[in-house]
Design a protein. Sequence first.
Length: 306
Amino acid sequence: MVLDAGDLLFKKYSAPIPPKESKAATEKANLIIEAFNVMGYDAMGIGDDDLSLGRDVLLQVSKKAKFPILSSNVLTEASGRPLFQTYMIKEMNGLKIGIFSLLSQEVFLGSSDPRRKGLIIRSPVETAQNIVNELRSKVDVILLLSHLGYPKDVELVQTVAGIHIVVGGHTGVNLTNPPVINNTLIVQNASKGMYATQLNVTLLDREKTFYNVATKRSVENTLRNTEQRLTSVNASEAERNQWKRTKESAERALQQFEGKNHFTYSIFPLNDGTKDHPEIKKMIEAYKDKFKEGEKTDSSSGRNTK
């Protein structure tokens, strides 16, 4: 699956977008959604910055999406109905995967933040517990697209059991070694499109915790090196006893991995060497030609710069 946890459509919010810039910003959001369609995204959770032009613009832009947009705890104030669908169930490789999304009240600039206008944001903890209770008997894996921020992700999984994977956003923490907390795997990568990450999961038992394959490989290397040392003819008796204890400890550690779910996690930098998708590249070039985005004249040299 290809997923996004929010803050996709607009730049980081510091103040309302001026009216003279709203058309370009809206078309850029449309371009991003169309690019995601081409890239084959499976789901997106909304972030606070996706509401930079307000609820109505987000709803209009979302109509172009060929993938579900989720937000489980955001309601329309007037009707009390969810702004987007609260969860989805996707079948892959014989597994049923339940996906939902949460947006935190605390990521906004206060109750007067215009991005919250016309919206009700329910408690993420209560919403998560209700959805986990509903999905538990229906799916094999429960995955959260979280826009709570990494510290709140940790607090949530310590409170609500039953979420297998959290794909986090907002804080842009580059978790090169993703933690497993209360049997929940939390992943998050850097912001601003600096990296893409790939998570490969092998699920053997819904009730058991995850371990990182890299951790197991490290233990295997320790065991292999220790066994080689034990064959050394020059080792003292004290050294042999220490290596035997290390070997036994490594063997016990490897036994603990048996039958448990495991994962690998890879990070890919997105830089000038990353090959552009030709269709998306044309879309971007057309947008730039229309709005001359980011171009200004350098008064000292007369050059156009980006």
